[in-house]
Design a protein around this ligand. Structure first.
Ligand code: NAI
Length: 257
């Protein structure tokens, strides 16, 4: 029988992280949930000293690290960068020596990262900084833009991490969802606009379910994804493809498919 895997999941108290923890436990994996409440490790990810203490609290070898926790554009820019960009980077770095060879890291990003206009060099210049420094250096003053930048920066970090962890056979990938029916969605309705969120569901038929994003993360954490590294899996119900394809011709129908 296979050894039980040990996987640390951030954002485990709600939404996608909770769905992932439940699914992994149902598979027989052991999960360490980390969140600011209702978790095995209670940690406020805006506070680097709490992140450090959380890393020290992990006293076993990990097979996987799912960095799911996130703050929406309704939060303060500094907190958004702290949770969405700095915390995943600090956790992965601090836990690196506790990750087994062949382990996997998955970061949850967002399709809205694509709205960030920065090139890779500009992202690299911000990446190593603290959240306060990122706010100052980027000049980003509103939550919506901070959210887009924070996810774009972590996407760029994934590319560096895929390279840096490769010698130990540790893969690093990201999952970028479109709108998913979790508590954070009402925040996105405020920061992005309820009409835009509703339009996405109209185009694709519905919002995603947290279990559907969890299933993709589970796959990327598994040996089945053994040659997938440094990549972004967009899960948007076809939103981007449908927008790019444009409206269906008038004669197009289910029969035509
Ligand atoms: P959620 O609000 O249900 O879960 C987010 C979790 O992150 C919560 O358990 C929360 O306590 C935790 N968290 C937030 N700030 C924290 C902090 N300072 N310290 C520790 N934990 C903290 O939302 P959901 O949908 O499960 O979000 C998961 C990830 O998916 C986030 O990174 C989000 O940006 C991303 N995402 C979600 C989308 C959606 O429509 N639901 C769309 C695109 C990306």
């Amino acid at each position: 029988m296979n050894r039980r895997r040990l996987i640390l999941v951030t954002g485990s108290a709600s939404g996608i992280g909770a769905a992932l923890a439940k699914r992994l436990r149902a598979d027989g994996d052991e999960v360490i949930g980390l969140d600011r409440r209702d978790a095995d490790i209670v940690c406020d990810l805006t506070d680097p000293s709490q992140i450090e203490a959380s890393i020290a609290a992990v006293d076993a070898s990990l097979d996987g690290l799912a960095l799911v926790a996130g703050l929406p554009g309704t939060a303060e820019p500094c907190a958004i960068f702290a949770v969405n960009t700095v915390a995943p980077r600090l956790l992965a770095k601090g836990l690196a020596q506790k990750l087994r060879e062949g382990a996997a890291i998955v970061v949850v990003s967002s399709i809205t990262a694509a709205r960030c206009p920065l090139d890779d060099a500009a992202k690299d210049a911000l990446l190593a900084r603290s959240s306060g420094e990122i706010v100052r250096a980027s000049g980003v003053a509103d939550g919506k833009t901070a959210y887009e930048y924070s996810k774009a920066l972590i996407n760029r970090w994934v590319q560096h991490a895929a390279r840096d962890f490769l010698p130990r056979g540790i893969r690093v990938n990201m999952v970028s969802p479109g709108p998913v029916a979790t508590p954070i969605l009402s925040d996105f309705e405020q920061s992005i606009g309820a009409d835009r969120i509703a339009a996405a569901a109209q185009l694709t038929g519905r919002h995603g379910a947290p279990q559907e994003i969890a299933a993709a993360i589970r796959f990327l954490l598994s040996a089945d994804a053994g040659w997938i590294n440094g990549t972004e899996l967009k899960i948007d119900g076809g939103y981007h493809a449908l927008r790019a394809a444009g409206p269906a011709p008038a004669a197009f129908s289910k029969q035509a498919v």
